[in-house]
Write a protein that binds this ligand. Structure first.
Ligand code: CA2
Length: 157
């Protein structure tokens, strides 16, 4: 685990990996009443701009395959300071993802665009949440900005 912030180095050294799960690459193409109408590319290019203004390096990835998400959590543990993850539908099913999140030595924040507690009952339970330091859900695209801010505060402590 990189301990830059814990030994007092500046925020400009912070590297955060953002991992997005299945179908999130299709953002903006349907259900705008739930997920908004912004596209995946626009959301994450704007978030990247915000991070750059704060001198934080973001690595943004998306996959529709569970194993990719797990491999990236492992990889992030070696070279990144924190992970923001939206596991999408795997939130509700994946013990493998939960195990990977629990195993990594860097903080993980789970992010959701929608309020998973106000939707279908099968979305109300997050299998993966127990592997996160916390969850931010229901604020649309703002969820990612709030999660980024929360991660910076965690890393600064
Ligand atoms: O609210 C979230 O961020 C979710 O993780 C999104 C997942 C859903 O399965 C979770 O229950 C909650 C769905 C991702 C699919 O995203 C799309 C959104 C709009 C258009 C196409 C895909």
């Amino acid at each position: 685990m990189r301990k830059l912030t814990r030994v007092g180095l500046g925020r400009e050294n912070i590297k955060i990996m953002i991992i997005n799960g299945p179908n999130l690459n299709r953002l903006g193409s349907r259900e705008p009443e739930i997920y908004g109408s912004i596209t995946y590319d626009t959301l994450f290019s704007e978030l990247k701009n915000r991070a750059e203004a704060l001198a934080i390096k973001l690595e943004i990835r998306q996959s529709n395959h569970e194993g990719d998400l797990i491999d990236w959590i492992h990889e992030a543990g070696d070279t990144f300071d924190g992970i923001l993850i939206n596991p999408a539908a795997y939130t509700h099913t994946s013990i493998a993802l939960l195990d990977a999140m629990k195993c990594t030595c860097i903080p993980v924040i789970e992010v959701h665009l929608s309020n998973i507690h106000s939707r279908e009952s099968f979305r109300a339970h997050s299998v993966t949440a127990a592997g996160a330091v916390g969850i931010i859900a229901g604020f649309g695209t703002m969820s990612y900005y709030l999660a980024l801010e929360a991660m910076l505060r965690i890393l600064r402590e």
